[in-house]
Each structure stands twice: as structure tokens, then as C-alpha cells.
Design a protein around this ligand. Structure first.
Ligand code: URP
Ligand code: ZN
Ligand code: ZN
Length: 466
């Protein structure tokens, strides 16, 4: 007998929208049939009037990670539950590598933490330096199932930045064995220069943060790493792109055959730098910073024309208190703004569905098919999980969400599940909402209730195809 049938639903893939029944056995989709084929199953869900889509994949988030001296508030089980509410059935985090660490060991200890998740997971290998031993370990890391790497081109003072020579060595070695290097592309010289300059000028209010890391700060680093990739004929991935200038650089690089894949994040698509004005401006500090309306439109256009390939959350969940920690206070107890101090990063794991539906599909910027491509299929393809993940194919894992197209939800701290006393996405509205989340054939969220179990998520041994 089948484990599950989802009948009468409207399937959405990157290429088509059509009515069909989905049959699931032993965690996999075993058949996709014309609606109304009568069969028996342990459970039958009538999805009439609902969209049936592949579960979302969030390939960029930070959980229980030491960032700038602070650790965000969630563990991987809590994060997986929050993710499941937002229709996410797979996520990828990073190894917490610091200088002197063996990266493969860092991956293995990260895996132990992530085993608590209730959704499936992968791990990107973070490199902060390169020596012979580390370079030798790259093949082992890829064979272990972690063929994607992250390197920071900034944050020299906190020891996270990899220098350019080491970066080139990692890029060459990873490319040799079929790995994909990803970059946090911000110019360290420009960021450090401006930190000092803005301090001298007394411009440390939150509102100056975007100006301290201006578009050229991103563009310089993006341009440099594109040149490195072109020189080594290597594939690269660019995390969290924010600006029209970056989109333009990626578009031109692609035109001349450079193998560059671009990502942007929900906050850059929905918020602009004015959010850093005012007393709550620190809640909107992330790196790279928020930009202008014209950049936002360039990002949407970049997604539409394929210059950018996917949208992630870059989730970091911090309480207001954590964001304020380290700030000095005046005699009245009010914080003295200093954009250099608050930990960078914002939430988005749960909001990504609503933001992409509300601001993307509902506003006609992208189609429903494109939504699936950007938030599920392309993350699976880029990071070596396709077709196990990211699609509704026979033989694929039954990671499926049911979306009620008539359900309208306004995002707010009260209906999100982080337990924060604020939401930077307060008031954004989505017509269309994931009401059921199914991970490998098991219903883990249904009608607002969570049924997932800690420790049921699996490590994904990812393999990149070129
Ligand atoms: O501000 C951000 N993005 N924090 C998370 C770390 C990173 O650079 O992705
Ligand atoms: Zn980054
Ligand atoms: Zn990040």
C-alpha cells in the first residue's frame, strides 16, 4: 500500500502548472497520475484548490554560529521547526571554522549539531586560510558530501577574512575536484577605511552604515573575484548580492563565459536603506547593507532574466538585546548609536515564502514557476541535491508543500515562530500561504500545527554536477 496520496492538487514546477495526484511510498514520490486515479494509501490528502509545490530549500542561513563575538539564539531543531512553518524542507548551514581548525573536523562537529534538525540538511565548508594540509583536505571534504565552500573577503580584524593568495589557492584546488567556491564579497579596504573615517567624522549613527559600505564596496570585491574565477577558469558562487552594480558585473561576466552564479536574499528584495534611520535602525543592520529602490528593482530584474539564480534568507536570529549588546548608553540609559558594534544579520528562514509570494508573485514581478525555481529547484541544482531535492519528480524525495492560494497572511512577530519581540518584516502581506509541509512523505506542519520530530532530518551527501 502507498504511504500517502495527495490528490486533486495543482502542481507547480519551474516549467508548468497542471492538475495531478502524487503518490508517495518509502519517502519518495513513486508516481504522478491524472487526478482521480483511485488507489489506497495510509493517508490521503485532498489538495483541491491548493498548489502543490516542492518544499523550499534555504541554502544560506546561520544557526548557532559565532558571528562577531555573538551567537544567534536558535539551535538547529528550533530552526528546522521555524523553517518548516515557512515551507522549508531542506537547509544548508556553514562549518564554524576558525583559524587553525581542520575544516573537515569542523564540518563533522557541525553535522552533530545539525542532526537535531527535523528537516534535511547540508553543510558548506568555510575556509578562513589555506595551508598545505587544508588544501589537501579539500578533496576529502568534497567526498564527504560538502562540495560548496564559503570564504569571506572582509572582516580581517575578526580573523574571518581569507587573504587573496589563500583564496586563489582554495579556488584552484576546489575547482580541480569539482567544488564550488562561494564568496562574501565586500571590499575589506573600503570597509575598514570608512570605519575609521566615519569615526573621525562622528558619523556612527545607524543611518550611516549603508554609506560606510557603499555599493562600490560590494562591486570592488565582486569584480575582483570574478576576475580571479575568469583567470583560473573556475566556477564561483556569490552570496547575498545587493546592488544594481553587482547584477551588472555578473551579467557581463556571464556574457563573456565566466561561470558565476549569483544569489540575493529576501531582505534586499523587500527593504531599503531608509530602514536604518531612527532608533530601531540597528535591527536592520546586516552585511552587505540595505540599498536603494533602484538596486532592489535591479535585483528583481536579475532574478527574472537569470542573471541571479536563487534567493535565500541568510537567516541570523538575534534578540533586540543581543543586537544592542556592546553598545554604550547615555546617562538616561538610551543606547548611543554606533553602527560598528551591533552584530550583523537578520531573520528570514520563515518569512522567505511570504516575502517571495507577496512581493514577487502577488506583485507580478515573478511567476509562480519562477518562485519554485528560485527558492527550491535552483538551490538544489546549484548545491548538488537535484533531483533528490528541489522538484516533484518520480524518484525524488517527497518534500512537498501545499499552498492555499486564498489564504492571506500579514507577517508579524506574533504569527512568526522565532519568539522575538520584533519583526523587521512586520506588515508585509502574502496572498498564498504554505498550510502543509511534508518532508520525505511525513507531514511535519499542517494547519498551523507542528508534527516534526527532533533528530529526523538527514545529512545530505551532496554531489555537484558540471
Ligand atoms: O550580516 C550578515 N549577512 N550576517 C551573516 C553572515 C554573512 O556574512 O553571511
Ligand atoms: Zn556573508
Ligand atoms: Zn550569511
Amino acid at each position: 500500500m502507498l504511504d500517502l496520496i495527495i490528490k486533486n492538487g495543482t502542481l507547480v514546477t519551474p516549467d508548468a502548472i497542471f492538475d495531478a495526484d502524487i503518490e508517495v511510498k518509502d519517502e519518495k514520490i513513486v508516481s504522478i497520475t491524472v487526478p482521480g486515479t483511485v488507489k489506497e494509501a495510509a493517508r490521503i490528502i485532498d489538495a483541491k484548490g491548493k498548489y502543490v509545490m516542492p518544499g523550499l530549500i534555504d541554502p544560506h542561513m546561520h544557526i548557532n554560529a559565532p558571528l562577531g563575538g555573538y551567537v544567534d539564539i536558535l539551535n538547529h531543531y528550533q530552526a528546522s521547526k521555524i523553517a518548516a512553518y515557512g515551507g522549508v524542507t531542506t537547509f544548508i548551514d556553514f562549518s564554524n571554522t576558525t583559524k587553525g581548525d581542520n575544516v573537515l573536523d569542523a564540518i563533522k562537529s557541525r553535522r552533530e549539531e545539525m542532526e537535531h534538525s527535523c528537516i534535511d540538511f547540508g553543510i558548506h565548508a568555510k575556509f578562513v586560510e589555506a595551508n598545505d594540509e587544508l588544501l589537501h583536505s579539500i578533496k576529502d571534504i568534497i567526498d564527504y558530501g560538502c562540495p560548496s565552500f564559503k570564504m569571506f573577503m572582509t572582516y580581517r580584524k575578526s580573523g574571518v577574512m581569507i587573504d587573496d593568495t589563500d583564496l586563489l589557492k582554495v579556488m584552484e584546488e576546489a575547482n580541480e575536484w569539482g567544488g564550488l567556491c562561494g564568496f562574501h564579497a565586500e571590499s575589506n579596504p573600503i570597509a575598514e577605511y570608512n570605519e575609521e573615517r566615519f569615526e573621525r567624522q562622528g558619523k556612527l549613527d545607524w543611518k550611516y552604515f549603508p554609506e560606510s559600505k557603499p555599493v562600490v564596496c560590494e562591486a570592488e570585491a565582486v569584480s575582483k573575484v570574478i576576475h580571479f574565477a575568469e583567470y583560473l577558469n573556475a566556477s564561483i558562487f556569490l552570496f547575498h548580492q545587493t546592488s544594481a552594480a553587482a547584477v551588472d558585473l555578473i551579467r557581463k561576466a556571464k556574457e563573456r563565459g565566466v561561470k558565476v552564479i549569483g544569489e540575493t536574499c529576501t531582505h534586499y528584495l523587500t527593504l531599503t536603506k531608509e530602514k536604518n534611520d531612527g532608533p530601531d535602525g540597528f535591527l536592520y543592520l546586516m552585511s552587505p547593507p540595505l540599498r536603494e529602490k533602484k538596486d532592489q528593482e535591479a535585483l528583481w530584474n536579475g532574478l527574472k532574466d537569470g542573471t541571479l539564480s536563487l534567493v535565500s534568507s541568510d537567516n541570523c536570529t538575534f534578540t533586540r538585546e543581543l543586537k544592542e549588546a556592546g553598545l554604550k548608553r547615555d546617562a538616561n540609559g538610551n543606547v548611543i548609536p554606533d553602527f560598528r558594534k551591533p552584530i550583523n544579520g537578520v531573520s528570514g528562514l520563515e518569512e522567505r515564502f511570504g516575502l517571495m509570494m507577496g512581493e514577487g508573485v502577488n506583485k507580478g514581478r515573478i511567476s509562480l514557476n519562477k518562485f519554485v525555481e528560485l527558492c527550491s529547484t535552483n538551490p538544489a541544482k546549484v548545491f548538488g541535491m537535484y533531483p533528490q531535492k528541489g522538484c516533484l519528480n518520480v524518484g525524488s524525495d517527497a518534500d512537498i508543500i501545499l499552498v492555499d492560494p486564498e489564504k492571506t497572511v500579514q507577517l508579524s512577530k506574533d504569527n512568526l515562530h522565532y519568539g522575538l519581540d520584533y519583526s523587521i518584516f512586520d506588515g508585509f502581506e502574502s496572498k498564498g500561504w504554505p498550510v502543509t509541509t511534508i518532508r520525505r512523505g511525513e507531514v511535519i506542519v499542517e494547519d498551523g500545527k507542528f508534527y516534526g520530530k527532533e533528530g529526523t532530518g538527514r545529512f545530505l551527501k551532496r554531489v555537484l554536477r558540471r
